[in-house]
Design a protein around this ligand. Sequence first.
Ligand SMILES: [Zn+2]
Length: 216
Amino acid sequence: MTTLQRPSSSAAESPTPLRVPYVIAWSGEAIEHRLLFAKRHPFGDVRLTYPDPRPSDWTCGILRARIRQNRRGQPLWRMLNVRRQWLAMLRGLCQVCGKTGRDPRTGRMWWVITETAFRAMSQDSGLTNAPPTCPACIPESLAYCPQLRKNSAVYTAAGAQPAGVLADTFTPGPGGTAIHTGHNVYVGFDEFARQASCLALQMVVRLDGMRLEPIP
Ligand SMILES: [Zn+2]
């Protein structure tokens, strides 16, 4: 997962205040929710759900973690807001400023790729759960996050297609209870059988036509 972390002590002395990136979660946005296994429809299969399910809880057939959008409380620097991460992936929005991550001149999208948030599929394609970072925000991201500066590379991609999710996984327990079995497990949008026992936390996209770029 790519997040901007708190600045190091030297960066903290900088007169420039650190922006809270668009995709970062805030403490006031958390929602406590119970999960259980039940039939979503009378003739459907038993699957993971909330006690009070709403149509908006499912996306692409997978139950998604509920979260508010108020940005109240304290920023949780190592957590992403599920809905803003999702929106950034679907619309190609910059994870820092929330504006488009697409280069208006070339139509390509900018990405800061890290080892932990990327799995190569071919020489110029791969899966990532990190949203784009626009050229204007890339220098700031690298300046404030020592890990990112050390273990990342800047790419543009010709396209980004939704591929799956990172999810918490569950198995049914006694009386329809949900027993937690895994965290941040990749589940593809074509893996229908596994989707019934997943709670989606982040969207994963497949980047195609990737090209290594200099830092803008
Ligand atoms: Zn930006």
